[in-house]
Ligand binder design. Sequence first.
Ligand SMILES: Cc1ncc(COP(=O)(O)O)c(C=O)c1O
Length: 439
Amino acid sequence: MYRFGYVSGRGEHYPFILLIPVLSRLGVGWMSLKEFDPDIFNLILKEKIRQMQGLELIPSENFVSIPVLEAMGSILTNKYSEGYPGNRYYGGCEFIDEVEQICIDRAKKLFGAEHANVQPLSGAPMNEAAYYALMNPGDTILGMDLGHGGHLTHGHPVTHLAKVFKFIRYKTTPDGKIDFENVRKMAREHKPKVILCGYSAYSRDLDYRQFKEIADEAGAFTMADIAHIGGLVAAGEMNNPVKDFDVVTTTTHKTLRGPRGGMILCRAELASRIDKSVFPGLQGGPHENLIAGKAVAFKEALQPAFREYARQVMKNAKVLEEVFKANDFHLCFGGTENHMLLMDVTPKGISGKELQVALDKAGITLNKNMIPDDPRPPMNPSGVRLGTPCVTTRGMKEKEMKRIADWINEVVNAPNDEKLLSRIKTEVRGLCEQFMFYH
Ligand SMILES: Cc1ncc(COP(=O)(O)O)c(C=O)c1O
């Protein structure tokens, strides 16, 4: 059963069919991946089965549609096209130009943006390109503290970026809000060139106008990294920073449900700075097969059904919140207003890592995560982070969310009970089989 109106039933290994013409030129005849490289074929198959038989609750993941997979696995991967539509360093780009232009136009429409650069290879390089477009080495940027939900690329000391730019970080309040008076105070004190907001592990919406007011007062650029919530913003279910902010970055593979990649949206007057910063500043040839996949994903996101999807993602996260609260879990930031939850599980007598390992055995995948000002180390933190994009793509709703939260609660109470874990794993598989996505 395929849930988005596409035709399925073309056989279990349909996406691999696309590779056959390529392999036929390798002197191995018309061999399929299965025949030519069974090692890789079997590992892909095992991973597909793992994805389908278990519950994926990692909030940064999603399941792309067959049309998106087709575009990604297409012969567009063969083409070099450094530059931008109509202005390339290579010949033979007439069709590539059309692909990339369609992608750009759909991205602009989806978010109401004046300009879109769809070439960033992923989220980290998209942020790096945006920083270099707005700042010079040594400049200051004020962003969200990583322990309070910000991302590595927002200035973690282990990144190269932290050696180039001066990152100053604001935190959330004990009740999980952003203290705008403090952000204002910090902006006055540190005079940042850029005020950055956005997150990887924060579960609330943001008031972009307040950031904008502070940035205007400080003479700073505004930048929002909506990597996690891009799909929910595109669907109109969360606040959209695009019209107020100078630059907005988003990955395309999380709630946007497209290929692994990034995108930068900006005001028209910054377009040339952003484009030059992506290429030639940071990258070489764009991955046009992925850009085609992004274009397909954006077409999906422009359909009314995607709005329904985004709504359900958020409703599902709310159900998890309710059940966890009813079972006395400690939810960071007071709960969720998006697709994810961050929970401190140490009051339950278990660490984030221990819970992740136990849930793996029960067929439920989430990730251990630091909580704000976590006293524990990053590899064995106090929290777990979980979210609903994947299970919602499979078609699961409130009833299934309740079951999932109940299973997690059972595992928390007896993480070493192998019998329980194996019973839940069987039940999880039973549920998943009712919501198959890839066949
Ligand atoms: C807010 C945010 N920005 C950037 C990134 C980096 O994306 P990628 O892993 O594609 O480099 C992530 C990834 O989790 C993220 O959550």
